[in-house]
Design a protein around this ligand. Structure first.
Ligand code: HMG
Length: 393
């Protein structure tokens, strides 16, 4: 029985900052950000969006009443959680109106957690083929204004419906995993921004990719040429390119050119959003599937998931006949319609998020066009609002 991704949908903010303008404001050469980092635009997440609202905004447009009825597992992968005890998945299940009999949990292992969710959801559906699982990777990447990591910020959420006989991608049972205790990137509980050893993290990422990629090929006796394209976690798009280049000597020149050409499609949408931690690999998958004209049913795609700290996994998926039907087809256009903000406005929004204090707070959400918004905090409880239904949740 085939199990895999049946639907794939994305949400981010309606605001972005231009990377050439940000580079100039930071006294850097624009080409450092545009080519050296490989980012053209960066999503600016306003205070009225958090990991919960992004997740719900990503999922609701793709879910039918029948999907909602069949979902009995919701896994939210995030490292931008809003509570130390209560899972963001509980809020998300409420916002989406999921079945009360759903198992709703939050998972954490840096950018890797959504992949852990997908793999667990896959096993769940294999055991219960009449059920569906909803897996969402949702995050806001924050390193701090004027930090070295600043051009690799961003945010958004990818929602995936996992089912039997999936429309988009049938996932391999086998995968290759690696996890070790590595201090390349972390965020102590008292920090709102990540701490990172940037160069070290980029080197560890490549080591992990090579290890699990080669491990998968060996364990499954797969020739690298059997993989039409390789899709990566993209903290910044140059990172994936560097990883891809590191394995090009394994294949002939024609295959190298094919992989490089496919990769340009896989990074197209990530270039416009930036890092979104848990969702990044799956935004790149969406980018590949939405923008690449040279894919066909039966093609096998390799997926590399990496989470600092560190955990990596390589697995594959076989493209299904009607894969376009399960995709967020309006996404490229939505990204081009976003509103550009100045560097000063981006800085104001960056500093305007809900403060970590007990007092009641109101957030300005009137200009946020998304259905689900964070309206503020009352009695130390987050206030979510459904703008479509015009009701407090
Ligand atoms: P930096 O020190 O500002 O940049 O940090 P740099 O000096 O290394 O330059 C970056 C690239 O731009 C270099 O290319 C330069 O040569 C090039 P490279 O050698 O890397 O190929 N460059 C230029 N190119 C064209 N024209 C120019 C020009 N000038 C310079 N004029 C760094 C960069 C990525 C380290 C920093 O932004 C950072 O720390 N980012 C955060 C960490 C990160 O993203 N790590 C990635 C791996 S870890 C991971 O993926 C997990 C993660 O997503 C978190 C999680 O799991 O939750 C981060």
């Amino acid at each position: 029985m085939k199990v895999g991704i049946d639907k794939l949908h994305f949400a981010t903010s309606h605001l972005y900052v231009d990377m050439a303008e940000l580079a100039t404001a930071r006294q850097a050469e624009p080409d450092k950000y545009l080519i050296g980092i490989g980012q053209s635009q960066m999503a600016v997440i306003p205070p009225s969006q958090d990991a919960v609202t992004l997740a719900a905004n990503a999922a609701y447009p793709m879910l039918t009443a029948a999907d909602i009825e069949a979902i009995d597992l919701l896994i939210v992968g995030t490292e931008s959680g809003v509570d130390n005890s209560k899972a963001s998945a509980i809020y998300v299940a409420h916002l989406l109106g999921l079945n009360r009999r759903v198992r709703a949990i939050e998972m954490k292992e840096a950018c890797y957690a959504a992949t852990a969710g997908v793999r667990l959801a896959q096993e769940h559906v294999q055991a219960h083929p009449d059920k569906k699982a909803l897996v969402i990777g949702t995050d806001i990447a924050r390193y701090g204004l004027k930090s070295a990591g600043e051009p690799t910020q961003g945010g958004g959420a990818v929602a995936m419906l996992i089912s039997a006989d999936p429309q988009v991608l049938a996932l391999s049972d086998q995968s290759c995993l690696l996890s070790e205790d590595v201090m390349d990137f972390w965020r102590p509980l008292y920090h709102t921004e990540a701490l990172v050893d940037g160069k070290y993290s980029s080197n560890i990422y490549i080591d992990y990719f090579q290890d699990v990629f080669k491990g998968y090929l060996e364990a499954t006796e797969t020739q690298p040429e059997a993989l039409t394209a390789l899709v990566f976690h993209l903290p910044y798009t140059k990172m994936g390119l560097k990883a891809l280049r590191s394995v090009l000597p394994m294949v002939d020149e024609a295959q190298q050119a094919t992989w490089l050409a496919h990769f340009e499609h896989a990074r197209q949408l990530n270039r416009q959003v930036g890092n979104l931690y848990t969702g990044s690999l799956y935004l790149s998958l969406l980018s590949q599937l939405l923008t690449d004209p040279d894919l066909k049913a039966g093609d096998r795609l390799g997926l590399f998931s990496y989470g600092s700290g560190a955990e990596g996994e390589f697995y594959t998926g076989e493209l299904q006949a009607n894969y376009q039907q399960g995709l967020d087809l309006g996404l490229p256009q939505r990204l081009t319609k976003r509103q550009r903000v100045s560097v000063a406005e981006y800085e104001r929004l960056f500093n305007g998020q809900l403060a970590w204090k007990a007092e009641d707070q109101d957030l300005d959400y009137q200009n946020d066009p998304h259905r689900f918004v964070l309206a503020g905090q009352r009695d130390e409880q987050r206030q979510y609002f459904d703008q479509q239904a015009e009701k407090q949740l």
